[in-house]
Every structure is written in structure tokens, then in C-alpha cells.
Design a protein around this ligand. Structure first.
Ligand code: BG6
Length: 469
């Protein structure tokens, strides 16, 4: 008989969403337009419209109307047994243009109410300060994180929210999937690359500004909320070498380092030596100010949170293509795929947990893992989403194994516990939820919430703290 998979007693169970994919109410109560609000077809479509066209459909404008319906949703999260809920604060709700001196009170009030609702049900909020959206004004007028002035605006934003929510929010994350600066710099950092032929100078310069801002955020957070934890968040789906050919192995490792570069700086507090070669070969020179490197060293992230969806394989010399799930390489013949071609690899998650523990030995949180699928609704309204449940269980078993391996995994947040807009494609059809939302790709639907079979399955797992797996 296999051993019961009981998780550590304080393990946090829950789900994760992002403001722009769920809240809607894009221009309500003083909110300004964010880059996500000006985008159609998903954040990786790579452009924003210059103006909102009222005849066109923008998925974030209503999304699932979490802004108005969060109480019902939080009630359902509580029924599932959540102890953790990750969401982001829409920067443009608090500072509509981003460069104002005074925050928007109504925006602040919304999050106060949301956090009260969560805490009242015993659910810890985990807050991503910047999740693929910034006020569009900062993108258009300042060039996003290419501009050092963003450090000042972001620090002001952080100070305001840390002071306001110091008694309510103890888990913070600075930038969602910051390592995606390489593949989606507009979504990740509000940066429109000018030199597409040789983008690395701009990417590393903007990343440096984000690192400095990250350290300021860590400093402020620990000063204002001493009993908080503030972490880095990366996209860390796995890339395997396509063969044991040394060239394939080496180049795959090189790409992995391109990602881990971000946590190397944010957790170890210094630029790793391997970037010297990249900087030399691409004639990159980072503009730094006096004191930057000392700041990075003094204020580092205490934990590493990451998203994990899939794995892929890489052959030396092939271009690196990507989607929101991670790197898109050659299919692995040993693994099945989702309808969006994402290869399902639970053991890959155990590999990543071990890799990160060996490298950093800090607490880990899996803050995104999930299965996007097309759901079929039966006549009686039921949704038998067996594949989603299997995906969930298989990944949780590997998290359990990673904990047994010695990894300090503190929590798990399923991506999109309620159906939300897909970041990659802007669709509603790609559903991750345990809770179905009646809305289609064109924006039609009543927004009614319905529990899928996976809702009850996750409930059982949480109730037994993993033992039912
Ligand atoms: C992550 C993002 O990259 O992947 C989320 O942090 C996103 O915002 C998730 O939604 C899943 O991607 P998609 O494209 O299926 O929504």
C-alpha cells in the first residue's frame, strides 16, 4: 500500500489570478487604462492600441467582473478550503497614470474590501505588485522600465500599498514572471523594443531598473511590515536537452541560466559571472548609478515563487520560441499534450523544486500551475473535467515528492481556480477553473458561476491535507 501523502501542517493551499485577467471594471472608480486594457488578443500579441475602439472587444474590460462579484467567488474559494489566494493589485487603480503623487482612494478601498473578505474566511492574500500591466501612460510617455524614473513611481506605489495593507497582507511578490522580460518585454516591463535585431541591450537595461526597484520594494516592505515575506516570481517551466549530445546539453543549460539570471540577482544579490560573457558578446553596457550594486546585495528576496506548466526539449542551434507556459521547443515523445500543445510533465515540477533548492535553498511557493482546457457542459449543467483533476493530482504528488526530497515548498496556488481571460491569447475558451464562468470569447454570457467536478476533487485534497491523493 502506498504511503499517505500528508503535506506539512502549515502548507498553504489555494489559487492565483491576476487583476487584469479577472477584475474587469477597467475604467471604474477612477481607474486609469493599463497596457492590458489597450491590448486585444492577449498580452503576448505584442502591441497595444493607441486608443480604445468602442466597436472592438477588449477582454480585460469586463473580464469575469471579479471587481463586483468577488464576494461570491471568495465564498467558493473558502468552500474549497483555500488558505492562500494570490492576486495582483492593478497599478492603474491606485495611480491611474502612474506618475501622480497622490493615490486614488477608491482603488485602495477596493483592495481593502477584498482583503477583508479573504481574511474573514481564513485565506491569506499573496499579492503580486506588478502582474503584466502598468498604466499605459508609463508605457507611452516613459517607455516603461527602460526609463529609470519608473523606480521612483514604483517605489511610491509600493510604499502606499505596504502602508495601507500592512495589517492585512503578509506575502508579497514584486514582478510576475520577471524572466519573461526576454520573451514578452512589453507585457512584463512595458518596454517596446526599438532594436529588434539586437534587443538584449534594452532588455538587460530595463531589467536592471527592475532589480533596483525590487530591492527598494524589499527594503520598504521589511521596514513597514517586519513580519512579512517578500519574494521573486519567475516562469520556470523546464527545458530538457533534446538528446545527450553535449552541444544540446550545454546550450539548454545556457538558456536555463538566461532565466535563472533573474533569481540569481534577486536572491543572491549580485550579477552572476556568466553574464560577463553575454554582455561582452552583445556589446551590452548597463547604465548603473552609484550604490545600485550595494542596494541589490543589501535587499534580497526571501523566497522564490514560480509558475510551472510544462516542459519542452531543445536542440543546439534551434531558435527559442515561447508562449505563456514557457519555452516552446521540440516535443518530448514521452509526454502527452493539452489542447494548446503544452506538454504535461508532473515530474518536471519535482525536478524544478530540487534545482531551485540546490541553487538557493530558500522557501519555495508554486504560485501558478494549471491546465487550460475546453470544457463541455452537460445538459444538467455539470462539467466532468477529469483531465484537469488528473493534472492537478499528478502535479501535487510530485510536489509531495519534492518536499520529501528536502525542498521547502510552503504553498501551492492553482492558476485560475475560477475561469479567467487567458493572458496568452485573450480567450475565455481556454479554461483553467474549478469554477466555470459563463462567458465566451466574444464576451457573451451571463457570468454565472458553476462548480465543476474538479472543485469537489480539490476540496477533498485540501480537506485531507493531501492524504486523499
Ligand atoms: C503565466 C501568467 O505566464 O501563464 C498568467 O503569469 C497566465 O498571467 C498563465 O494566464 C497561463 O497562460 P495563458 O496564456 O494560458 O493564460
Amino acid at each position: 500500500m502506498s504511503k499517505e501523502k500528508v503535506f506539512p501542517k502549515d502548507f498553504l493551499w489555494g489559487g492565483a489570478i491576476a487583476a487584469n485577467q479577472a477584475e474587469g471594471a477597467w475604467n471604474v472608480d477612477g481607474k486609469g487604462a493599463s497596457q492590458a486594457d489597450m491590448t486585444r488578443g492577449g498580452i503576448i500579441s505584442g502591441e497595444t492600441d493607441q486608443q480604445i475602439d468602442p466597436n472592438l472587444y477588449y477582454a480585460s474590460h469586463e473580464a469575469i467582473d471579479f471587481y463586483h462579484q468577488y464576494k461570491e467567488d471568495v465564498q467558493m474559494f473558502s468552500e474549497m478550503g483555500f488558505s492562500l489566494f494570490r492576486t495582483s493589485i492593478a497599478w492603474s487603480r491606485i495611480f491611474p497614470k502612474g506618475d501622480e503623487k497622490e493615490p486614488n482612494e477608491k482603488g485602495l478601498q477596493f483592495y481593502d474590501d477584498l482583503f477583508d473578505e479573504l481574511l474573514g474566511k481564513g485565506i491569506q492574500p499573496m499579492i503580486t505588485i506588478s502582474h503584466y500591466e502598468m498604466p499605459i501612460h508609463l508605457v507611452d510617455e516613459y517607455g516603461g522600465w527602460s526609463n529609470r524614473q519608473l523606480i521612483e513611481f514604483f517605489s511610491r506605489f509600493c510604499e502606499v500599498i505596504f502602508k495601507r495593507y500592512k495589517d492585512k497582507v503578509k506575502y508579497w511578490l514584486t514582478f510576475n514572471e520577471i524572466n519573461n522580460m526576454h520573451k514578452i518585454p512589453l507585457a512584463t516591463g512595458g518596454v517596446r523594443i526599438k532594436n529588434e535585431e539586437e534587443p538584449l541591450q534594452e532588455i538587460y537595461q530595463a531589467s536592471h531598473h527592475m532589480f533596483v526597484a525590487n530591492s527598494h520594494a524589499v527594503r520598504l516592505c521589511k521596514e513597514i511590515i517586519p513580519d512579512s515575506m517578500i519574494g521573486a516570481m519567475l516562469s520556470l517551466s523546464v527545458l530538457y536537452p533534446n538528446s545527450c549530445r553535449p552541444e544540446d546539453v550545454f546550450e539548454t543549460n545556457t538558456y536555463r541560466r538566461r532565466h535563472l539570471f533573474y533569481s540569481d540577482v534577486m536572491i543572491r544579490g549580485e550579477y552572476p559571472t556568466y553574464v560577463d560573457r553575454i554582455f561582452k558578446e552583445h556589446t551590452i553596457s548597463i547604465n548603473m548609478e552609484e550604490g545600485d550594486l550595494e542596494l541589490l546585495k543589501a535587499h534580497t528576496c526571501e523566497y522564490l515563487a514560480f509558475s510551472y506548466y510544462l516542459s519542452s526539449t531543445h536542440k543546439a542551434g534551434m531558435p527559442i520560441l515561447t508562449h505563456t507556459g514557457g519555452v516552446r521547443g521540440i516535443d518530448n515523445p514521452y509526454l502527452p499534450k493539452s489542447k494548446w500543445g503544452w506538454q504535461i510533465d508532473p515530474i518536471g515540477l519535482r525536478i524544478v523544486c530540487n534545482e531551485l533548492t540546490d541553487r538557493y535553498n530558500v522557501p519555495l511557493f508554486i504560485v501558478e500551475n494549471g491546465y487550460g482546457d475546453v470544457d463541455s457542459i452537460n445538459e444538467d449543467g455539470s462539467i466532468h473535467d477529469v483531465d484537469r483533476t488528473n493534472f492537478l493530482k499528478e502535479h501535487l504528488v510530485e510536489i509531495y515528492n519534492a518536499i520529501e526530497d528536502g525542498c521547502d515548498v510552503r504553498g501551492f496556488a492553482w492558476w485560475g481556480p475560477i475561469d479567467i481571460v487567458s493572458a496568452g491569447t485573450g480567450e475565455m475558451k481556454k479554461r483553467y477553473g474549478f469554477i466555470h464562468v459563463d462567458k465566451d470569447n466574444e464576451g457573451n454570457g451571463s457570468l454565472k458561476r458553476t462548480k465543476k467536478d474538479s472543485f469537489y476533487e480539490f476540496q477533498k485534497i485540501i480537506e485531507s491535507n493531501g492524504a486523499s491523493l
